[in-house]
Design a protein around this ligand. Sequence first.
Ligand code: UD1
Ligand code: CA
Length: 435
Amino acid sequence: MKKEDISIVILAAGKGSRMKSPTPKVLHSISGKPMLYHIIKASLEISDDISVVVAHQKEKVIEEMSAYFENIHFVVQDEENFPGTGGAMMGVVPKNEKVLVLNGDMPLITSASLQGFLDTSSDVIMSIFDLKDPSGYGRVIIENEAVQYIVEQKDANETELKTTTVNAGIYAFSKSVIEKYTPLLSNDNAQEEYYLTDLIAMAKNDGLSISPLLVNEENFKGVNSKKDLSDSEEIMQTRIKTKWMNAGVIMQLPQTIYIEESVAFEGECKLENGVRLTGETLINNSHIKAHSVIEDSVVKNSDVGPLAHLRPASYIEDTHIGNFVEVKKSSLKGVKAGHLSYIGDAQVDEGTNIGAGTITCNYDGVKKYKTIIGKNVFIGSDSQLIAPITIKDDVMIAAGTTVTSGVVESGNLVLSRTKLRLVKDFYYKFFAKKQ
Ligand code: UD1
Ligand code: CA
């Protein structure tokens, strides 16, 4: 089936009260992106006509999604008068013949897993799976090998509750089925909501063909609670890490590593246990050691950590970053920063050594300032560089120096120390007096 024959409707208007959160359910994030983002991304691989139904905190949902996608239609549900998944469909006008309806709380959907819904031989295709514990899901009642109806848990009788075949929440309708039956839905049920699932019985009673499609639970897992959110996160993480290991990334104890979907790798990279990589991070031919955190940064031909923190907009190339080093919005090329440093709003050039305990003092309480350090600079341990400051090539800064001068010219030794005093036998006298 071609993209122009398919429309997709994503239901994202619900409150999601079971999440117990001020954030709308579909904006809770999985691997760094809102759940709804993952669904729209998969949908765009098979259709150009995507409608997202919104209501609860609609401005926020529309604003966040518009930052990622253009050409998505937002349809506002009249949730007060027409609550429920059926109510959500009432304002939707699909363009194409085949209409896929997806719940907005299924972040693990893939375009491959939607292929089964593109068959054109029946009027309705609905997703089902079998669960040992079906609680929370609508039960699918099948008799004589044909789907009869779907009953929601809250409306089900004892026999219906025992059914382990459940509605996964994805449907493919022909456009005419939606147009004909959606206006006929009623809210005569336990929740006084308009249920999309009632379309199934209506279509069946009119003799239309309904095909159940057995789907894999993993791809169609709904997120209703924070426990579901963490279960789905785990599945998404396994997918992301498997993809990158197949592409050549070495991972030690991958179950302890977290990688967001926007992170990329090039060449051969090695990640030790406990590494966390987020945002638009790119790692190229580098070794990231245990428990390092890298956010929105680029690391090329370098080694980082253990226990290092690269904050957004850091660019690290041919560089050694050791333990307890924090870098923010800085570029380091051919640099060694082995221990215990803060490097913020800085630019550091080749051959420079940053001694243990060096701090760029980039903030005066009001504004942030830059630190520029040239080539082959030797910065002794426990130095403070008060920004704005430029240290030119071939400079030596003595340990313990606070560098306040705005520009240090090449060739200088910079040293600020009070004269060392030795007071003979002071220790013995001081403590003897106290005893
Ligand atoms: C729904 C199905 C249930 C199925 C389950 C699968 C109905 C009535 N029930 O139940 O049979 O087993 O999904 O996961 O459809 N939404 C709106 N507007 C609303 C209410 C909900 O857009 O007024 C959206 C929600 O944002 C959500 C989706 O529809 O993305 C599903 O709603 P939810 O409340 O999670 O339905 P379930 O109770 O899970
Ligand atoms: Ca749900």
